[in-house]
Ligand binder design. Structure first.
Ligand code: PLP
Length: 421
């Protein structure tokens, strides 16, 4: 044994070195994977990851240099990811309740802080109860299968988030996909779906690629007319849309018409991780019995629970942070429009700067980083062909000066690359 270890060490294959699996099947798999990776590179859709060497925040240091970068691409809408009180709450929870539960909730993974956070989430959204998950992806993966049977129907916006699409795939209900925010099409599909026992309309509250907000008033009216329930995914709304940051349902005055809300703790609410469903108590009780990502996955770690709980406290104490984010968003959108750019969506901190051409979006994003502004270009297949864009995300903790510097950089880079006259 030791001889083999010495030989491996001499060949550069020491104890910690990766071992390649041997055999024809492993070799065949490796060839297949390499060719698939090559295809992704060839298609120009390779996603590389920049390494951040500082905390998440409006100003970053990137690994290998790059200090003082102004960050416009996190979902840190309220700037709570590095808020001192949020960090302190995480440390306190870590010290008092430990690193983790080593258990799912129903075996021995529920602490008082999990119950408190669920109660707080329900109170924040003015719903009867809430259930925590490791992520909103899990909340979306669990709900449809637990709730809907082959007798039921689900009607989903065609641009819903991947996790809603996957959650719907897992359920046995009859599936209808309506055109993006198209109320005529939704009505047609609702008429077709009358034959089923129960109808659930599922939509993102705010869509992350376009910064557009679902027409919830109209959706709720149709739901009432055709006896359907409404589900919204509020990942890009919770904490900041609406006068008190309750979300899209508060913004559009339909808090009493939306039955189920799924959202994340990994964006505006401290940015650590975690997700939840909030809604009627019997639904939450059923999810605790039937929802597979809840039943078969570890409890949220105490530090993560501490972050989210403090974030909610801050939001319930005052709506000042949510309001300041709205003012910053307005500043960016109006200055960019005045500079000659087209910004998709309306009144949302996701501000897609529409450029059309994929290469232009990628070259401009790179050049923005040269000027200390971190933004990301999106092109096909993430967005439709010919609709490439740079997505800018505003945070409450951006200063007016940060926003003005971003607009100036866009203007310079836009002129240089022909996006502006
Ligand atoms: N739903 C939407 C609309 C999202 O944008 C995301 C995250 O990108 C998710 C669900 C998943 O959230 P989480 O990161 O908590 O899994």
């Amino acid at each position: 044994m030791w001889r083999a270890a010495v030989v491996r060490a001499l060949r550069g294959g020491g104890a910690g070195a990766p071992r390649a699996a041997s055999g024809a099947a492993a070799a065949q798999l490796r060839r297949r994977l390499e060719s698939e990776l090559e295809e992704i590179r060839g298609a120009g859709t390779w996603k590389s990851e920049r390494v951040i060497a500082s905390r998440q925040g409006p100003h970053l240091r990137l690994a290998g240099g790059g200090a003082g970068i102004i960050n416009f691409c996190a979902n840190n809408y309220l700037g709570l990811s590095s808020h001192p009180e949020v960090i302190r709450a995480a440390v306190e929870a870590l010290e008092k309740f430990g690193a983790g539960l080593s258990s799912v909730r129903f075996i021995c993974g529920t602490q008082s802080i999990h119950k408190d956070l669920e109660e707080k989430i329900a109170r924040f959204h003015q719903r009867e109860d809430a259930i925590l998950y490791a992520s909103c992806f899990d909340a979306n993966a669990g709900i449809f299968e637990a709730l809907l049977t082959p007798e039921d129907a689900v009607l989903s916006d065609e641009l819903n988030h991947a996790s809603i699409i996957d959650g719907i795939r897992l359920c046995k209900a009859n599936k209808y996909r309506y055109k993006h925010m198209d109320m005529q099409d939704l009505e047609t599909k609702l008429k077709e779906a009358q034959k089923h026992r129960l109808r659930l309309v599922a939509t993102d509250g705010a869509f992350s690629m376009d910064g557009d907000i679902a027409p919830l008033r109209e959706i709720c009216q149709l739901a009432q007319k055709y006896d359907a329930l409404v589900f919204i995914d509020e990942c890009h709304a919770t904490g900041f849309l609406g006068p008190n940051g309750r979300g899209t349902d508060e913004l559009l005055g339909v808090m009493d018409k939306v039955t189920i809300i799924n959202s994340t703790l990994g964006k505006a609410l401290g940015g650590a991780a975690g997700g939840y469903t909030t809604g009627p108590k019997p639904l939450i009780d059923l999810l605790r019995q039937r929802s597979r990502p809840y039943l078969f996955s570890n409890s949220l770690p105490p530090a993560v629970v501490g972050c989210a709980s403090k974030a909610l406290d801050l939001l319930m104490e005052s709506n000042a942070i949510a309001q300041s984010m709205a003012a910053k968003t307005q500043r960016f959108r109006s200055k960019m429009t005045a500079a000659g750019f087209t910004i998709s969506g309306k009144d949302h901190p996701i501000c897609p700067v529409m450029l059309g051409d994929a290469r232009l979006a990628s070259v401009m994003a790179e050049d923005m980083l040269n000027r200390g502004i971190y933004v990301i270009g999106f092109s096909y297949p993430v967005v439709p062909k010919g609709k490439a864009r740079i997505r800018v995300q505003i945070s409450a903790v951006h200063s007016d000066e940060d926003i003005d510097r971003c607009v100036e950089a866009f203007t310079e880079v836009g002129r240089k690359h022909g996006a502006l006259p």
